[in-house]
Design a protein around this ligand. Structure first.
Ligand code: ADP
Ligand code: MG
Length: 335
């Protein structure tokens, strides 16, 4: 009996740590990064989370427009004078962002920053109409020359700037998921600010992600169960200030240089976070009606909007049962 107990203890000690959920929160890219994954080996799982966080820091060093030494800042400093060569990874993301500009007819445009940099939300600074008018010609992705052979970027207009704030976090999330998949993990969530991607389920149950009330961060307007999907939300409550009854916030309509105001938040669900991140700005700028018309034609995407009067609108794939067309109640019963 004693021998058996001793053997059982030995087996317990020799077996790897219990499979369990591991999670970590960090602050990178000026936002909250959260990683949660199911791991059978505690050391390997923690090492995988380290690798995801390190990769987020690497991407931030490369692409941040807040860091003067980043390659992206080098583009902004010099590309109006000469072609600026950058790493293929940064070049490819800039190129991808122009693809989004094409398919959104310019609603998504990283050169929005030519006007966008005139806003300083924490200090309640906004450009005058004259400043917007002067800067607006710099907003046009077509004036960005991309040389594929040299991985270089050149601006054809003085005063042009770019920033990848509208797609970089989604890209970093997809990269993080790629790192976890390469290490064999099958159940994970990676979040960077408003951009998330999920692989697998939560052991037989979906992950549930809440969409917050634009006016109260402690309240959700709806909850969405998701598995194997990415999801991005753009809201007018992330970086903003109010003045004279107008909300000045960080999602800019490239056509006007003003903050877009058709919705309070736009959420997109789709296969990758790079896609959903790019599309959430587009949906925000276009507004619910136009964006739903487009998204309802694309089966791989879904959308949820919170409108200025507090309504929650869903794309067809997510419509709650009570909003789906009902069978006619007065129709005669069949015998
Ligand atoms: P988060 O930064 O939390 O991921 P969003 O995904 O909504 O929030 O991205 C907002 C950012 O997108 C802005 O801070 C800005 O950097 C960028 N941006 C704003 N308007 C546009 C636009 N029309 N096209 C491309 N990028 C934009
Ligand atoms: Mg985002």
């Amino acid at each position: 009996m004693r021998k058996q107990l001793f053997a059982a203890i030995l087996v317990l000690l020799a077996s790897p740590a219990w499979a369990e959920w591991h999670e970590r929160t960090d602050a990178i890219m000026g936002t909250r990064i959260y990683v949660e994954l199911w791991g059978e080996d505690s050391a390997k799982t923690e090492a995988a989370i380290d690798a995801v966080m390190d990769d987020m820091r690497r991407i931030d060093q490369l692409m941040s427009h807040y860091k003067p030494e980043s390659q992206l800042s080098q583009i902004n400093a010099r590309a109006a004078q000469e072609p600026v060569q950058v790493d293929p990874e940064l070049f490819d993301l800039i190129k991808l962002s122009t693809h989004y500009s094409i398919i959104t007819e310019g609603a998504f445009d990283i050169t929005y920053a030519s006007v966008g940099h005139l806003y300083d939300y924490p200090h309640h600074v906004k450009p005058t109409e004259a400043q917007i008018k002067a800067a607006l010609p710099g907003v046009n992705w077509r004036n960005m020359l991309l040389d594929e052979a040299n991985h270089s970027v050149r601006f054809e207009h003085q005063g042009m700037r770019i920033d990848l704030g509208g797609i970089g976090k989604g890209y970093a999330v997809d990269h993080g998921i790629g790192i976890l998949q390469a290490r064999g993990f099958q159940h994970a969530l990676v979040t960077a600010g408003g951009d998330s991607r999920i692989i697998g389920d939560r052991m037989g149950r979906p992950w549930v992600i809440g969409i917050r009330n634009p006016d109260d961060k402690n309240q959700v307007v709806t909850r969405i169960p998701i598995v194997n999907s990415a999801m991005s939300t753009s809201g007018d409550y992330e970086r903003f200030f109010d003045e004279g009854g107008v909300r000045y916030h960080h999602i800019i309509d490239p056509r006007t240089g003003h903050s877009a105001s058709k919705v309070r938040s736009a959420t997109i669900l789709g296969p990758t976070a790079t896609e959903t991140d790019g599309m959430s700005k587009t949906a925000f700028v276009l507004g619910a009606e136009k964006a739903l018309e487009i998204i309802n034609r694309m089966p791989q995407y879904d959308a949820i909007f919170v409108t200025p009067d507090g309504k929650v609108l869903y794309s067809n794939g997510l419509a709650p049962p009570d909003e789906k067309p009902k069978p006619d109640a007065k129709a005669p019963a069949k015998h």
